[in-house]
Ligand binder design. Structure first.
Ligand SMILES: [Zn+2]
Ligand SMILES: [Zn+2]
Length: 371
């Protein structure tokens, strides 16, 4: 029984060409005979993926396979007849990318070199730092372009010669039955060229490990999940390639009082029963300090006071978010005898008033219904 090609590559039937290529690249990297010499199982998986990719990467054979399954491919030549694309070309696009084997191949410029990898750094900052913006010094361990050979691997004055084993192609092709397996040339590691005399400083790798303390600016208004890019501070490039970028993955600590929601802040403000009834002046906390706020008489639990422009700064704009005060009226409990007397008196006066409160209207309605 043959396994379904989509299943072999672990992609959906609607996968794009790019996804198919990526999936194959992953398996190929993992199981390539060059990496796991002598591992029969890996070799079988590799061959299987190779077939699946050959069929699915060609729109014509993919369509035939989608419509008629394996029968659609049986054609004249059996499974090795995969239409127009020979295995060599198929390997060229895949392996070029992962071994960075640009050098020396006819028709392929090697001027751009190999770009350095991007780096990701997790950074935790306080709420206040996120509010004001901050500067952080972070210790980076990374490979930088070798200062001696400037990433070109060769000792000053020495040149490069075409690899004799692959004759500059960077890979060698081995025919195994139906299947041609492209192997990265071991002698030049896929570069097609060999350095005459390797640079002593980086031992011919083009890069040297190092540490650097980097100062980064964090703008005001960042939030957890924001990723900042610091250009050209990733790993160094080789053979003239650009350095990669550094990404800062931010985590902002929560505040003991404020609940943050984007640029807006929420704060629960408890009020005593009498404060809510009579109104009061409160000193409420804001991200910048205390601020006087007037609470008008008669507020209820659930009422909100919004302070415009007292929230967090927004990352890109000039406007600041709001600070919302959510009022919470506390019913007095554990009353003293005197308090009880006063409140009973209060209640008597309240029920004598002609204008109906919600409480009065409620009991009137109850009376109407049960009389
Ligand atoms: Zn070679
Ligand atoms: Zn060097």
């Amino acid at each position: 029984m043959k396994r379904d090609y989509y299943e072999i590559l672990s992609v959906g039937r609607d996968a794009s060409n790019e996804e198919i290529k990526k999936a194959f690249r992953k398996i190929a990297l993992d199981c390539h005979p060059d990496r796991r010499p002598g591992d029969r199982e890996a070799e079988d998986r590799f061959k299987e993926a190779q077939q699946a990719y050959a069929v699915l990467s060609n729109p014509e054979t993919r369509q035939r396979y989608d419509r008629y399954g394996f029968d659609g491919l049986r054609g004249q030549g059996g499974f090795e007849d995969f239409g127009a694309r020979p295995f060599e070309s198929l390997f060229q696009d895949i392996f070029d990318e992962f071994f960075g084997a640009r050098g020396g191949r006819p028709g392929r410029p090697d001027a751009r070199g190999r770009r350095g990898e991007d780096l990701l750094y997790s950074l935790r900052i306080s709420f206040t730092e996120a509010f004001r913006g901050t500067e952080k010094e972070i210790p980076l361990t990374r490979n930088s372009t070798c200062p001696e050979c400037r990433g070109h691997r060769a000792k000053a004055g020495s040149g490069e010669k075409t690899c004799s084993k692959c004759r500059g192609r960077g890979e060698v092709y081995l025919r195994q039955g139906f299947i041609t397996v492209a192997q990265t040339c071991r002698q030049c590691r896929g570069r097609g060229k060999i350095v005459d005399e390797p640079c002593a400083h980086c031992r011919g790798s083009g890069r040297v490990p190092g540490e650097k303390k980097l100062t980064v600016k964090i703008p005001p208004g960042v939030d957890t999940g924001v990723r900042l890019r610091v250009e050209r501070e990733g790993e160094g490039g080789i053979e003239g390639g650009e350095p990669g970028d550094l990404y800062l993955q931010l985590e902002v600590e929560s505040h003991p009082l404020f609940q943050r929601e984007g640029a807006n802040l929420h704060l629960e403000v408890p009020l005593s029963f009498s404060q809510a009834a009579v109104g009061t002046d409160l000193e409420v906390p804001t991200p910048e300090g205390q601020e006087k706020v007037k609470i008008k008489p008669g507020v209820q639990t659930g009422d909100t006071v919004s302070l415009k422009g007292r929230g967090m700064p927004s990352l890109n704009g000039y406007e600041r978010g709001s600070l919302y005060l959510h009022l919470l009226v506390e019913t007095p409990a554990n009353l003293t005898k005197r308090q009880k007397e006063l409140l009973t008196e209060f209640d008597r006066i309240e029920s004598e008033k002609s204008s109906g409160s919600k409480v009065q209207r409620f009991w009137e309605k109850v009376r109407e219904i049960f009389q």
